[in-house]
Design a protein around this ligand. Structure first.
Ligand SMILES: C[S@@+](CC[C@H](N)C(=O)[O-])C[C@H]1O[C@@H](n2cnc3c(N)ncnc32)[C@H](O)[C@@H]1O
Length: 235
């Protein structure tokens, strides 16, 4: 059963997140995990000339890529966050768009060598709708990669999530959790040619790991151009 996303209410929640999470002094960084200076970086995207980050939040990963010559574009639901990241990172060359990811992808006409999400919109949008839309926007040889916490055992599918504690205004959203093999099956069904899913271990025992999932488009897919290699996951 699909859950009833209320995008206006979710926008309010993420605007509140933006007010608390954005730090003007944070530097560009590309980090898939929730731990500082831990785990792999942007090399897991291969060597893309163009990227789209879905649910780009604080914009630090896009600024990191833009500073290295990548054509970097991000979409995020929160107008508050988009204003902050445009002011902070606009000079890097990264482009930021305010929009709901499914609506944005339905209207988008560009293609990208990589689409990615770091605890971003791939965690908060229905993968049954999201994955085929991402697939359509990827160039031959392209990759879709996303990270988020692994599912809690037994708790699969859309999960309701209140913002902050359990007092105050009732703001909630839904996030999606599956076992790695199910994420891979969802990608295959959406038209990805090969997939992988890996756990990046937390820096300390018994702490929360990070799940990293990728789907690849074959370089010889219709309309292919040469190149766009992507490396296997080495974690
Ligand atoms: C937990 S934050 C993490 C984002 C980012 N990795 C960062 O470092 O800030 C999730 C982001 O996804 C965005 N988001 C959630 N649902 C979305 C949707 N349906 N469409 C677009 N963005 C969405 C939120 O606005 C938020 O900025």
């Amino acid at each position: 059963m699909p859950v009833p996303h209320d995008i206006a209410a979710e926008t309010e929640l993420w605007d509140a997140f933006a007010e608390s999470a954005f730090n003007d002094h944070a530097e560009p960084v590309f980090n898939w995990t929730q731990y500082t200076d831990h785990g792999p970086g942007s090399e897991l995207l291969g060597d893309p000339a163009s990227v789209l980050e879905i649910g780009c939040g604080t914009g630090r990963a896009l600024a990191y890529l833009a500073q290295r010559g990548v054509t970097a574009r991000g979409v995020d639901l929160s107008p508050v966050m988009i204003k902050k990241v445009t002011d902070r990172w606009g000079d890097s060359g990264a482009e930021f768009v305010c929009g709901e990811v499914l609506d944005f992808l339905r209207d988008d006409t560009r293609t990208y060598d990589a689409v990615y999400s770091i605890f971003g919109a791939a965690w908060f949008a229905d993968p049954g709708q999201l994955f085929p839309l991402v697939r359509q926007r990827l160039a031959p040889g392209g990759v879709f990669a996303f990270s988020q916490p692994p599912a809690i055992p037994g708790a699969y599918g859309p999960q309701g999530m209140y913002k902050g504690g359990f007092a105050g205004k009732a703001m909630f959203t839904y996030r999606y959790s599956y076992r790695p093999a199910i994420w891979q099956r969802l990608l295959t069904r959406a038209g990805f040619h090969s997939t992988d899913a890996q756990l990046i271990e937390a820096p300390e025992p018994d702490h929360i790991d990070t799940l990293l999932v990728r789907g690849h488009i074959h370089p010889d897919a219709p309309g292919a151009r040469a190149g766009s290699p992507y490396p296997p996951v080495k974690l």
